[in-house]
Design a protein around this ligand. Sequence first.
Ligand code: FE2
Ligand code: FE2
Length: 429
Amino acid sequence: MTALSPLPKDQKEVRALSLGIECLTQKANPSEFLERNLLNSQTCQVKERYLAPFEPLNLSVSATSLRRSIELIYLLEGALEFKMGKLSHVLEAGAFLVADQQLGNVKLKAVTPLRYLHFNLAYSSDQIGRELSMLSSDLVSLRLLFARSDQELMYVRLKQGEPMFLSPHEVTNTDELYYILEGSISSQDEALAGLRLKAGDVLRVKNLASDVMIKAETDLRYLYFASAPSFNGMSHELLEFQRLAEEVEAQDGYTSEHCRRIQGLAIATGQTLGLSSERLHTLSIGAYLHDLGKIKVPKEILQKPAALSSEEWQIIKRHPSFGAELLEGSSYESSAIIVAQHHERLDGSGYPLGLQGNEILTGAYIVAVADTYDAMTTDRPYRKALSQDTAFAELRRFAGIHYPELIVDAFILSRQQAFQALQTSSTHF
Ligand SMILES: [Fe+2]
Ligand SMILES: [Fe+2]
């Protein structure tokens, strides 16, 4: 693994981790520094800068520049005047500028104290990477602000409580930068021991050794920069699958929250069992997409109010295999087996294959328990929700028969802990 470059003295380094992650925390008063070096590689330099009112913002791009580079400006705080001939305009926090040669005769000046991110990116061809696009679901929204040659800048929004996984990049030596604009993140990951970052803090990632799980403690906004194409890989498939999974749950008489709840329950159980971040990542996707295959089951069967014929029941029982097939060949292939096995049971009474015991993955058992619990504790068209205690008793009754005892115990423990945490936090207000 390549070591990260040492941090300049004006930065406070919290932890340089052997994993390939570095955290740079914001100083208490951002105006105390004029410049923070966030990334410095041969082709990309990223700095956070501060300007006092009326100071000019100088760009180094000019028509005569020998070095082919492009500059990006993202305004973090304050207002910036943009002047071209007689035309003037004031830009505010959140504004984003791409400065190429054509911007040579533009004058930029701080109107108020100003903080901004400055990206100086060298490039070797004029090729525009891909069309700028945006993708969003209820929980995540990704906007590609810039894509050229091999560099990408994205703006990401994440809902509170959503897990977020840092994964090793497909391209080695890719520099990745997460700049938190709003909200805070934390990690229970062993390697990151209680990491907590807030607005203005930065995560610098290079040659990550393995997945790391991070959680959005609040609604979160951040900028993500990578020195290799990432947008498509990160976004498209997952969001597409998410939309499909939500569509399926709606057809099945649940709200779209079902997928998300199963995901949260499964991750909490996995954490109680001490699974690695890598396995938690696979589990998290498998849990979210567990019923994806129902998209291939005709609606008339899925929503039939009367009892199902045995042929119809046979079709429904194939949904785990349909879901796994949809995931095969995608970047989420490792989660396919969890999807395939989420209705298998310890004693062989499940479907579609009637697997038993150790033939079934821990992740699949976790999803099975979480799914059963959620079905019991949710109002369904044919009955009212059961209480948490009744649901626990029911799960215990089938421990050692449908699910391994260890999984049921971990599930119940993680629920009780979550319940306790909720009570403790509500007594503080
Ligand atoms: Fe299912
Ligand atoms: Fe389900």
